[in-house]
Design a protein. Sequence first.
Lengths: 470, 466
Amino acid sequence: VIGVVAAKELRSSLRDGRVRIGAFALLALGAAALASAAVRFADLSRERAAAQAMVEEQWVGQGEKNPHAAAHYGLYAFRPALPLAFFDPGVTAFEGISIWLEAHKRNFATGRPADDMTPLARFGELSFAFVLQALAPLALILLGYTAFASERENGTLRQVLSTGVAPWQLFVGKFLGLGAAFLLLLAPLLAGAVAILVVASGTAWLGEAAVLLALYGVYFAMVLALTLVVSARVATAQNALMILLGFWAVTTFVLPRLAADVGRLASPVPTAAELTKQIEADMATGLDGESPAARVEQRRAALFALYKVDSEQALPINFQGIVFGLQDELGNAVYDKHFGALARAIDAQVDVYEAASLLSPRMAVAQISQEISGTSLIQQRDFADDAEVFRRRVMDLLNRDITYNSRPGETDYRAGGQLWQQAGEFRYAPQSLRDALARSAAPFTVLALWSAGLLALAVATVRRLRRLAT
Amino acid sequence: VTGFGATLRNELRLVVREGVGIAALAVVVLLLLLAAFSGRATIDQRHEAAAQLVSEFEQLREALAQQAARGTKSAVSPGAVGYSVLVQPVVLPLHALEALSLGQSDLLADHYLITARGAHQFLNRTELDNPLRLAAGNFDAMFVLVWLLPLVVIALAFDVVSGDRERGVLAMAVAQGVEPRGFLLRKCAARATILAVPLIAGLALAALIAGIGAADLAQFAVWALAVLLYAAFWFALALGINAWPRSSDRNAVLLAGAWLVLVVVLPALTNLLVTTLVPAPSRVELTTELREATEAADRAAASAREQYFFDHPDLQGGEMDDYAYYGSVARSEQSIAAAMQPLLERFDTQAQAQRRVIRAMQYLSPAMMIFETQSRIAGTSGERHAEFRSQTERHHAGWTDFFRTRLDARQPLGAEDYARLPAFDFVEPPWGGVLRQVLLPLAVLTVLTVLLLGVAVTRLRRLSVI
């Protein structure tokens, strides 16, 4: 019986002119989003890799220099364009693409793609993830809002139920039929997306792709179940449509912006000028009440005692390297303190956002989708943290070279390519699927809650379907 | 059921009983007020931050002037002051209406921190923010009005004719000898009133919350007029769709489709088209070019330094004198700036070209027209920011020149020089010009609305009542 119901729903959906127009529009938009993103991603990925290689070549080929001059010249870390960014760009447009790794300073990433966006981009960029998260549910709603309501309005619902079809069979049949119609419509796009991914990066990201497919599958099933429940419970098809559209508009467009804004008001981020001022103040005074100069003096005295000498010239090492090291030690602690505070302020905003996603399955899906695609806020931060670890390692290497390989007071000491090569290359290793899944525990919980709630609602609706039929 | 008052009461009762439309209206007005409050908080914070920067600069300027009067070395050196000590905040003044339409203002810098160093040093500054928030988009009055208001209009008007036909009210009214077109027009007018009164009240309250004063009243009036026009367009569209005999839920689907196309899809597609046709230059290239230019300048400076000590063997092993040192810094900065200038200009020209294409394509969708219009009126448009950049760059040239001439002439700074530092005053693009630019989109929107109303009224004459 379920099969018969499903086949009937599938047939009548595919025959419906409105569904055909909608399907065509969705296909066209999805294809446009995919094609443009695939092209852009290929360019980006090539360009960033080339730039990273070029910067490393410049570094190794910078010729003979004092290591500290090389430290000020520095290196750059370019954020790699990960393959799934074409699918879900996440927050990548709103983070800089490169970080200058120089002496004494932790810099912010610069060159945000968003700075070159058109103002229209704030309407919502047409990414494939946007098509799936925002537009596909609308298609589902339009496909299914009449499923029970219209049949009730013209009396066929009671007829069908009186022929011995169990309410649950009817519900499941409609669910499967409409779901199949929707999947048929979406299948070419999903196949296209997977094909683009395989062309771009082989099979390395197929695990992520499978998780994403499952995620969106669950999401669509939830939207369809909700549509059927509302269609069965609300008096008229027209009201069912209004309620579903309202739900869609609020959860898709209003809540994300509202939650982000409430978060911003609740936990403001310091301005760049404030942050710079605080960092400079801490650099000048030191963090633990001991001035940086006093710390240098202490170390000098300790070294003089150790080597039993009474002048820097008599030391077997170059004290200047030690001074640079002490400066960096303080600098690192100061940057940890202030970057940590900034990250906490932003995390508090994200907490509000995550709490709001309890009300919006779309927000939960978006968070997981970004996490799996490697385009989430956390992963952008992870990149910056990795780059900082690399910077500290390189600076440490250069300071040590000055300390141990140059004579005291030797200001015209030069090091060469061999030392630059020892610094190594910066390669950002994207996080594993397992990490991404572990970080998505909260949004997964939200989806589980919604699924359980919808299932309960569907069961209750099926139980009452006979009464609702009149 | 013949007078307008009676119709209004009837409609009010009907709308309240149906619930969805009136609830949506209440929610949107509430969101509008919330957005105004949040916008106000945002620009208050920005005001405060800018005032803080300016006052710190003034304190530093004063302190330096006093030190210069005493002859302190670091305060009289035009090189040290211009190239490292003194940072001038150049601030874009805030429009009061910015609280209502933030536009790009959370992405584009509202101030630059300039020194005598090259423009590339300050032009790429970005403010700290939560990328997740930026990606979600602003929650401002503009968002509520451009995105959500049409949905409310649709919820209130999608069945304005079809509902009465379905309920048989229309047939009954005609049977009682009521002229159907007059009846329907009164009914539409009543619905429009039910929509307009809370909306206008909401806009007025939002203006109060946002702190719009008497000085900005003209701007606000045009801004609010545009909102009302936009609402009128959606109302007229609903009427136009109602003028054909279709079921209410069919009408609702059509209107929802129109909303999706006009508010979501067309702007996104336009954006896609613009960024494909006129792509922004590469930021990666900017980074690598800056690096090469810096390295080249460093090499030149190093050889100049060698030359200096060759020319001044007596100073060998010591420090270059202040003027010579900062002279070489100035030359480095100049050569880096010269290398970067064409690249930076390419960003400006591309952005300008993008804006031109968007200006032409806005007519595809009322949502885009309103977005363009509102950001222009509120001063959060790309054009005003481009103007700010170019005025900043001109001012920066003067600022650099101020220190460079004194550096080259080896002329120390005196206390009076600090009073003569070039000041930045943003010259607003004239309001008349802004008004002229928004006139065409507003006129187009008016014509569209009137056309739709005309079609609806003409069709209603021949409408079947059952």
